[in-house]
Write a protein that binds this ligand. Structure first.
Ligand SMILES: C[S@@+](CC[C@H](N)C(=O)[O-])C[C@H]1O[C@@H](n2cnc3c(N)ncnc32)[C@H](O)[C@@H]1O
Length: 222
């Protein structure tokens, strides 16, 4: 995927994909958005000491790196499974300024997230392990994970840009691979997405969004 670097309003990088006319993150602040949607509204709501996370769209590794920070800070064990069909090159990833803004002492750890082998578990730190899968999630029937997930970061490109990533079979699959009380968050609060999550079986709430976005969604498996 052809990408261009951009700086968002909180000073953190994002990628722009000219072919889709789409950014990887909010231009109002990439770190700010990820913290709000996936860490504050999602991961921090899970009270387990061993958390299995599923991410749709590894992208820049920002969400993974923020989750790793949580794992370290709270001494929570996180097994982080992430899917992406178009991995970012290591060279591009190394130019991203996330580590210097979030935790400069972990620049090498951020690099390791990207250098880690695909299709196998990588123990990145004592608290954080990573499984990256190069997988086309628009075809979810082929996804057979080895465990159920407690937290889901649903971070595909927007439905207008990639409608095939926001379908009922996708949300049904996520529901079936989620544990009881699993929490899914996404930056997209469209009514169609909310209704698909509800039809899959989730209880869905609209929450205030980060700057530049009125609402986000949190879905819980009850
Ligand atoms: C919004 S970006 C993800 C941002 C990422 N979570 C981060 O922290 O940088 C969406 C991601 O979905 C990936 N993607 C696009 N089509 C896909 C597909 N069919 N299956 C799986 N991933 C896909 C893209 O390569 C891109 O990395």
């Amino acid at each position: 995927m052809d990408i261009e670097f951009e700086i968002t309003e909180d000073g953190s990088h994002t990628f722009f994909v000219p072919g889709l006319n789409e950014h990887y993150h909010s231009t109002h602040g990439a770190i700010q958005e990820s913290m709000h949607v996936f860490i504050d509204a999602g991961l921090r709501r899970c009270e387990k000491r061993e958390v299995k996370v599923l991410e749709i769209g590894f992208g820049t590794g920002l969400n993974a790196f923020l989750a790793l920070q949580e794992a370290e800070k709270r001494s929570v064990k996180i097994d982080f499974t992430t899917l992406d069909l178009y991995p970012v090159s290591t060279a591009d990833a190394e130019k991203l300024n996330y580590a210097e803004l979030i935790n400069p002492s972990q620049k090498d750890i951020f690099k390791e997230l990207h250098k880690a082998d695909w299709e196998r578990w990588n123990q990145i730190t004592l608290w954080f392990s990573l499984l990256k899968m190069q997988f086309d999630f628009s075809n979810p029937s082929e996804f057979h994970p080895e465990n159920k997930f407690d937290v889901v970061f649903f971070d595909a490109f927007a439905p207008e840009k990639q409608p095939g990533m926001w379908t009922q079979p996708i949300f049904d699959k996520i529901y079936s691979v989620s544990s009881e009380n699993a929490i899914l968050t996404t930056y997209c609060a469209k009514g169609t997405v909310r209704r698909m999550l509800q039809a899959a079986g989730f209880f869905v709430e609209r929450l205030p969004g980060p700057p530049g976005k009125r609402e986000i969604l949190r879905a819980v498996k009850k």
